[in-house]
Design a binder for this molecule. Structure first.
Ligand code: ZN
Ligand code: ZN
Length: 71
C-alpha cells in the first residue's frame, strides 16, 4: 500500500478509497480492526492493525481479518 489515498482488498484485490470500511466488490472488511467488543467491564478496543496482523497489537484479541479467514 504505497498510496495513502487508496487501500487494497485482501480478498479480491479491489482498490478502494481509503475511507471505505468494506470492499464494494466482495464485502470483505478493508480495515483490520480489533474484534474486542465493548462490555460493561471493558470499553473495548477499536485499534486498526496492520493488514497482516492476526491478533491485535494493543490487546491480543483476534483481528477482523483473522476472524473472516482472510489471513
Ligand atoms: Zn474485495
Ligand atoms: Zn485490541
Amino acid at each position: 500500500m504505497a498510496n495513502d489515498e487508496l487501500q487494497t482488498c485482501v480478498r479480491c484485490g479491489y482498490v478502494a478509497d481509503k475511507d471505505d470500511r468494506y470492499c464494494i466488490q466482495c464485502g470483505a472488511p478493508l480495515k483490520n480492526t480489533c474484534t474486542k467488543k465493548k462490555t460493561v467491564l471493558h470499553k473495548g478496543c477499536s485499534k486498526v492493525n496492520k493488514p497482516d496482523a492476526k491478533y491485535c497489537s494493543a490487546c491480543g484479541t483476534e483481528t477482523l481479518f483473522s476472524e473472516w479467514g482472510l489471513l
